[in-house]
Design a protein around this ligand. Structure first.
Ligand code: NDP
Length: 330
């Protein structure tokens, strides 16, 4: 194979990261053991930060951006994988320290790969992507905590119209939870109801600083917003409940107190997807395979070409993307 292909890269321009398109060949790729022909990637909030430069995601330059990829193994120096295998990669430093999925080819380490679940096509796997797989990690974290199960009370999802949020609403509703969706976009009401939310709250009602112990309301929550929203969620969680926190779309600070934890035994469960061990990844993908409604997935996702990424990146950082965007890298 001696092909050239287009990639979205971040390069150093006068000391600042700058995103643009570049033509690469296979010999430009890092010397990892498995060559994957990428069919699809996705757009996540972190990709938006990397492309717009609003967050310093790439820790070495030049960098092929894109934290997710799905495709087919073309060459392998590892016994674990052979040409023709359908695979996905989520995280593992892609777009941070390792070249990512916004290019038709990627060379990756064998241990980063997960076999594409039989239940999904490559396109569906990227409609889920890191955002959806993180939603599944959050649901597993809540259930592992031990006090949260369908019928145990209301579960809140913040940033509900976003990628993590949409998938979390759909998954929790499919499992039989009563889901309340918090959104700043009233126009997404019908969309969120169609995914299974039984009630909506305006995100503004959660983003003002309030008391350290408020009326107990949520048996559990999936939070992709952080900051005051997360502090309020913890203050509104019932005795013994838990909040799975994975995001910072509203800010990285946490302006709360220890009172919900020490007086109500509320747990703050941190969820990371990037370095999550394989066993957790496989459990998350199994949850998605078993419970994610395929019609919901189709409603959550849309397809865009690689060339649309600069604008899409601006949009996701501005909170304007609904659901998920699959990127066709071919
Ligand atoms: P999206 O942009 O798709 O969703 C974020 C949502 O948050 C928006 O749609 C919006 O929802 C809400 N939001 C945006 N800005 C604000 C604000 N200022 N205040 C309150 N709410 C806001 O992003 P993703 O779903 O891809 O990611 C969500 C978060 O989770 C990000 O911070 C991301 O970095 C993080 N994340 C972390 C992972 C991990 O491994 N821990 C993995 C994946 C994501 P609405 O319009 O409904 O209010």
């Amino acid at each position: 194979m001696s092909e050239t292909f287009r990639a979205l890269t971040i390069v150093d321009e006068e000391g600042k990261p700058k995103a643009g398109f570049q033509t690469l060949s296979l010999s430009d790729l890092p010397d990892h053991d498995v060559l994957v022909e990428v069919a699809f990637s996705t757009l996540n909030y972190k990709d938006g930060l990397a492309i717009t430069g609003k967050g310093r995601i790439a820790r070495r330059l030049p960098m092929v951006a894109g934290i997710d990829l799905a495709g087919t193994v073309r060459e392998s120096r590892s016994d674990a994988w052979k040409p023709g295998d359908k695979v996905i990669v989520n995280g593992w430093g892609l777009s941070e320290t390792e070249w990512g999925g916004y290019a038709r080819f990627a060379r990756v380490k064998p241990e980063w790969l997960v076999r594409l679940p039989d239940a999904f096509t490559a396109e569906q796997a990227m409609a889920i992507g890191t955002a959806g797989y993180t939603a599944a990690l959050c649901v597993n974290a809540l259930e592992d905590w031990g006090t949260i199960e369908p019928g145990s009370g209301e579960v809140l999802v913040t940033g509900a119209a976003g990628g993590v949020g949409s998938t979390a609403v759909s998954l929790l509703a499919a499992k039989g939870y009563r889901v309340t969706a918090s959104t700043g976009r009233a126009e997404t009401r019908d969309y969120l109801s169609s995914l299974g939310a039984s009630a909506l709250v305006d995100r503004a009602s959660l983003s003002e600083k309030s008391g350290p112990l408020q009326k107990e309301r949520w048996s559990g929550a999936v939070d992709s917003v952080g900051s005051t929203t997360l502090a309020n969620l913890l203050a509104q969680t019932v005795y013994g409940g838990a909040v799975a926190a994975c995001g910072l779309a509203g800010g990285a600070d946490l302006p709360g107190t220890v009172l919900p934890h020490i007086l109500r035994s509320v747990a703050l469960l941190g969820v990371d997807s990037v370095m999550a061990p394989q066993a957790k990844r496989e459990r998350a993908w199994a949850l998605l395979a078993a419970h994610l409604d395929r019609k919901h997935l189709a409603a959550i996702a849309r397809m865009e070409p690689l060339s649309a990424l600069p604008q899409l990146a601006q949009d996701i950082v501005a909170g304007k993307i609904r659901g998920r965007v699959v990127i066709d890298v071919s």
